[in-house]
Structures are given as C-alpha cells and as structure tokens.
Design a protein around this ligand. Structure first.
Ligand SMILES: C[S@@+](CC[C@H](N)C(=O)[O-])C[C@H]1O[C@@H](n2cnc3c(N)ncnc32)[C@H](O)[C@@H]1O
Length: 237
C-alpha cells in the first residue's frame, strides 16, 4: 500500500509558484486530467491487487482519511447519513468509512476500471454497505440521488487539470455538487492544487466555509505553508 503525501499532480503547486497565482487561475493541463490516464492507472492497480492484494495509491496518505473521519465524528454525522465519495478511485476511503460504522455509502468514478477495483477491494474487505457506480460527476444530471455528505479527495484537483476544458469542467463540478448535495449538507474537500482562498472563491456560490482542517505544514524559503488543504463547506440556499 503506497501513501502519496506530496503534490502528486506534477508539482504544479510548488511553494515558489503559488504566490504568483490569482484566485482562479487555470492550472497547466496535465495527463492527470484525462480519463485515459486513470483507466490505465487503475488497470495496473487492479492487476496488482489481484496478484498480491495491494490496494495501490492512497492519495495524500492515510492521514487524509483519518482527518476527515475525525471531523465527521466531532460533527456527529449520523452513521446512517448518505455519503458520496466523488472520484472514489480504489474505494479505500469507503472501506475506512464502513470500518467506522457508516452504512449508507456510495462511491462514484468515471473510470470503469476504478469501479471494478473498488468493488474488488470492498468485497475482499467483507464490506457490503457501499455501492460503487461508474458516473462522470460533471455530467451526472439526474443519475444520482441527493446526499448528506459529499467527500472529494483529489478529484476536483484532477478535474482542474483537464486538458480539454478545465474552466468549464470546474463550473460543471460546482453545478453537479449543488444538485447532489442536500440543503445544509456538508462538502469535504482535500486538495493539493488549490489553496483555501482559491477553494472558497470557487465554491462561494451556494456554499459557505465552515472549517479548515489542520494539515501538515512545511517550510520553504523562510515561509510556512501547507501542501494539502482540507476544508469543510456547508450548502446554503
Ligand atoms: C487523484 S485520484 C483520487 C482518488 C481517490 N479519491 C483517492 O483519494 O484515492 C482522482 C480520481 O478522480 C476520478 N475522476 C476524475 N474526473 C472524474 C469525473 N469527471 N467523474 C468521476 N470521477 C472522476 C479519477 O478517475 C480518479 O479516480
């Protein structure tokens, strides 16, 4: 099992460049913004899982899941709350949530191989409380019901790197989020490509920032910063 704590998206959020960004600048396009990249990554991970049982990459490391689960407990999110993991990848977050007693879990991903991998891992872990579906979140229209909590770990980052039309993809992401999250529902995002200020700006229409979760900090050139941002938003009218 690998942990990926560094900026895995090509180092685009290195501390020396961040200062020059305006609030909603586009990121340089990357293969990590393409479905082909994820299909081929999960094909390899699926093969490895079948061979040796390794679940593959955990984006931003195990602590990125622990941090969110800790907040959910503090916020007293009921165990029967409906929870959506947007861009679930290998579905390991669903396993961690199920281990904590959450029972109404859905994971979606636009990569069919991710869905297969996540289903295999859940099965191997004996978890039957989670459903995994192949859904393109930015084109999901009425494919999904509404949820009490939506979790995103690295998916908005990936969508922001779409080489075809990142600007439109980000706009569609916010629209989809508005349609699948219940009023007053929580949106929990972990990002390595966007700062707190940039995320607040991006989600200002329809969402209010409730809390920033503490993440590890680093020092660079005498300045202290975080390589990962974790925020809790609430949907407002
Ligand atoms: C950086 S990975 C994070 C995976 C997982 N959330 C984790 O923390 O391990 C980004 C994930 O987003 C998925 N993804 C990207 N664009 C998507 C979209 N439009 N709809 C659904 N999933 C998408 C990718 O297939 C990939 O699994």
């Amino acid at each position: 099992m690998e942990d990926s704590a560094e900026n895995a998206h090509g180092g685009v959020n290195s501390p020396d460049t961040e200062d020059h960004w305006c609030l909603d600048e586009e990121l340089p396009p990357s293969k990590l913004g393409t479905k082909e990249y994820w299909d081929s990554a999960y094909e390899k991970e699926l093969e490895t899982f079948k061979d040796i049982g390794d679940v593959g990459e955990i984006w931003f490391g195990e602590e990125s899941m622990t941090r969110v689960i800790k907040w959910m407990k503090k916020a007293k999110i009921p165990q029967n709350a409906s929870i959506l993991d947007i861009g679930t990848g290998n579905g390991v977050f669903l396993v961690a949530l199920a281990d904590q007693g959450y029972k109404n879990l859905t994971g979606i991903d636009y990569s069919a191989t991710s869905v297969e991998l996540a289903r295999n891992i859940l099965l191997a872990e004996g978890q039957t409380d989670a459903t995994v579906k192949k859904v393109d979140f930015i084109r999901c229209q009425s494919e999904l019901e509404s949820f009490d909590v939506c979790i995103d770990k690295g998916t908005f980052d990936a969508i922001s790197l779409n080489p075809d039309n990142a600007k439109e993809s980000k706009r569609l992401y916010v629209e989809s989020l508005k349609s699948v999250l219940k009023d007053k529902g929580f949106f929990v995002i972990t990002s390595c490509n966007w700062t707190k200020e940039q995320l607040v700006e991006r989600f200002k229409e329809g969402f209010e920032l409730l809390e920033e979760l503490p993440t590890p900090t680093f020092k660079f050139g005498g300045q202290t910063g975080s390589s990962v941002t974790a925020l809790i938003f609430r949907k407002v009218h």
